[in-house]
Design a protein around this ligand. Structure first.
Ligand SMILES: [Zn+2]
Ligand SMILES: [Zn+2]
Length: 143
């Protein structure tokens, strides 16, 4: 187990692989269910409206958006400028990165995997000009 800072409440906690502490995880789940219920009947409601109707803070809603549990904007891909790609700052409607940057990160990760475990090929030894010159010269002797 490792101590890290909770992504949500910024308190140190013992992580088991999650980025968020247990208390926040439970709270976020409860809040997410509230929002989901509200959106069943009010599809496409604004962040402000959802926040007021459910009592869930804007911070929580934003966090759920970044976790890709919620999407802003419905059809529009810019999400009304609520979220921005963390790499290129392009407006996005869910998550932390736009599709293009995500793809690049995935690609970079694959590159790293390849670099970390290189395929070993027997390297052909290159002969130096000196070696070529020895050719045909009398037998070598041990001193
Ligand atoms: Zn927390
Ligand atoms: Zn991007």
């Amino acid at each position: 187990m490792q101590v890290r800072q909770c992504d949500f409440c910024r308190m140190p906690y013992q992580t088991t692989g999650n980025k968020i502490c247990r208390d926040c995880l439970i709270e976020l789940d409860k809040d997410f269910i509230k929002i989901r219920e509200y959106l069943y009947d009010n599809d496409g409601a604004g962040i402000e409206e959802v926040s007021e109707a459910t009592g869930v803070s804007r911070k929580t809603i934003l966090h759920l958006l970044k976790e890709e549990r919620l999407i802003v904007g419905g059809d529009s891909s810019d999400g009304g400028g609520v979220l921005k790609c963390e790499a290129c700052r392009k407006p996005i409607n869910t998550g932390r990165m736009c599709a293009a940057c995500k793809k690049e990160v995935m690609h970079a990760m694959q590159e790293n995997v390849r670099a970390a475990a290189p395929v070993k090929r027997p390297k052909q030894r290159e002969r130096t000009p000196e070696e070529d010159n020895i050719k045909g010269v009398a037998k070598l002797q041990v001193k």
